[in-house]
Write a protein that binds this ligand. Structure first.
Ligand code: FAD
Length: 501
């Protein structure tokens, strides 16, 4: 077995791992990145990027109906060319992938294609397929664990890739289903429910908690649920899946929820050869039998550490399989020189790509002997890219009260502004702050079109302990949706113009 030495070894080339590798190399360190699949990881190949590409197409489809129904544009949707849509998505992924590969190469990162397992605190054995043996790598400065996560599955509901799928294969399954049962009302479940509805499928969304996006502000869940129901999605919250089984025949009777959209084109050829029948216990009443062509299991993600041989470095996981850092400021574990980033981290890390980028920067800079500021987890924005979107940062109203804050809350419908009326999709801005113009902004919660693009100023407000008076000082362009954010702060600052408190 050959032996190699470098400054830093990173295991896993997803957003957490490749950002660590790039920054460390930019800072002059020798870096070896081990990846068993494709650099870019979940986010680029099975997560953020392909799903948002598809959701963009979904938005265009929804726009046809809006054009006709609201604006007199005599447009109809002819059909959806699934293969063309997929080709555009794949081209975006492929160009991003090439970009990441090029950046790693330009930075001088050695990328080893293989599966890594720890052989000691800073020594890694890499099985390289086809190379006829393993490589041994030792890190002088540090080892970074960035092996990410995979979809959680449920016993008895193992993915078949066809009728029972996870987010890993939902977008890659052949054709579009005519009906989908989505299990899980977190961000991924909501996005996929929204996407399939835009594509013309009958969609039922089942969430065990009392509300969708249970970690978000209750008003966000309420507005989102109302909007999804208006779009014809059947939303069952406080509902439990009792059991499910594959059905042989195509579920012609599956369309029990929602109202089919006349202009949604042919939602693909469907998935041939049957579907799934599930028994669901709703919050009230008797169990329902829901049949659908596809069951999408979106019940969370689990960290990936199998085969990693953490014990060789003296590391253990917590009860949920995460690798906890001993020091959240540097993300170093209890074993000196071993760091962890990305989805492998427990909360307060958030299982989000942009959080993992920030973690990668912190670890690389620490390894280079700098003293970076720790990741400010309280100010990481959270977005759901459904229609409508949700975006938030900081504390919900309930969490702020639970934390002992006295709070002032202001809610403004987006339709209170001219641009909100133009979009005509409802939505809101909700600000949670300490009372008074100079009180601290604790949380901002947005629902509506394009709110993913609107959250960043609120992120600065929360991160920089700004007050409503600070934000109200800044002029928002007219007419924009961001005006609603400005107006909400103006009111809390005691200077409301159109919304007079
Ligand atoms: P990963 O991206 O999972 O990368 C881990 C890498 O490690 C993988 O490439 C894997 O092959 C490799 N690996 C594992 N074990 C080994 C080993 N032993 N040896 C070698 N290599 C190994 N986040 C957002 O911020 N915005 C979004 O819009 C968003 N949308 C999402 C949509 C979906 C459907 C999903 C599933 C996730 C989404 N996320 C989103 C979450 C985001 O994808 C993750 O937070 C992010 O990918 C985590 O990065 P990571 O580097 O920790 O892990």
């Amino acid at each position: 077995m050959s032996g190699n030495t470098t400054d830093v070894i990173v295991i896993g080339g997803g957003t957490g791992g490749y950002s660590t590798a790039l920054r460390a190399a930019h800072l002059g360190l020798g870096v070896t990145l081990v990846e068993r699949d494709l650099v870019g990881g979940t986010c680029l190949h099975r997560g953020c990027v392909p799903s948002k590409a598809m959701l963009h197409a979904a938005e265009l489809i929804d726009g046809v109906a809006e054009a006709r129904e609201r604006w007199g544009v005599k447009a109809t949707l002819d059909s959806i060319d699934w293969s063309a849509l997929v080709a555009t998505r794949d081209d975006i992924v492929s160009r991003n992938h090439k970009g990441v590969e090029g950046q790693l190469s330009a930075a001088g990162v050695t990328v080893v294609r293989g599966t890594a397992a720890l052989a000691g605190p800073r020594t890694v054995r890499v099985d390289v397929p086809g190379a006829g043996g393993a490589e041994l790598w030792t890190a002088r400065r540090g080892l970074v664990l960035a092996t990410g996560s995979r979809p959680r599955t449920l016993p008895g509901l193992e993915p078949t890739g066809k009728h029972v799928v996870t987010s890993d294969d939902a977008l890659f399954a052949p054709g579009l289903p005519r009906s989908v049962l989505v299990l899980g009302g977190g961000a991924i479940g909501v996005e996929y429910a929204s996407f399939h509805r835009s594509m013309g499928a009958e969609v039922t969304l089942v969430e065990a908690a009392e509300r969708l996006l249970p970690l978000e502000d209750a008003d966000v869940s309420r507005q989102l649920t109302r909007a999804l129901k208006k779009r014809g999605i059947t939303v069952l919250t406080g509902a439990r899946l009792l059991d499910a089984h594959l059905t042989g025949a195509p579920p012609a009777d599956a369309h029990r929820s929602g109202t089919g959209r006349s202009d949604a084109g042919t939602p693909g050829a469907g998935t041939p050869g049957g579907g799934v029948a599930a028994r669901v216990q709703p919050a009230r009443g008797e169990a329902l039998v829901i049949t659908a062509e596809r069951l999408l299991v979106a019940v969370g993600r689990v960290p990936v550490t199998d085969g990693l041989n953490l014990a060789a470095a003296g590391l253990t996981t917590d009860e949920r399989g995460h690798v906890p850092p001993a020091d959240w400021a540097t993300l170093e574990t209890a074993v000196p020189g071993v760091y962890v980033v990305g989805d492998l981290l427990p909360p307060p890390s958030l299982g989000l790509a942009h959080a993992s980028f920030a973690e990668g920067l912190v670890v690389a800079e620490t390894l280079a002997g700098l003293a970076p500021r720790p990741v400010d987890y309280a100010a990481v924005p959270r977005v759901t890219y459904s229609s409508p979107q949700t975006a938030s940062v900081g504390l919900s109203e309930a969490a702020a009260k639970d934390a002992g804050h006295e709070v002032a809350v202001n809610v403004l419908p987006l339709t209170a502004t001219a641009k909100g009326m133009v979009h005509g999709q409802g939505g809101m801005v909700k600000v949670v702050a300490e009372p008074g113009p100079e009180g601290r902004v604790l949380g901002v919660h947005l629902v509506g079109p394009h709110v993913s693009e609107m959250i960043s100023e609120s992120q600065l407000a929360v991160a920089w302990d700004a007050s409503p008076a600070d934000i109200a000082q800044h002029i928002h362009p007219h007419p924009t949706l961001t005006e609603a954010v400005g107006e909400t702060f103006l009111t809390l600052a005691g200077r409301g113009l159109h919304q007079h408190a």
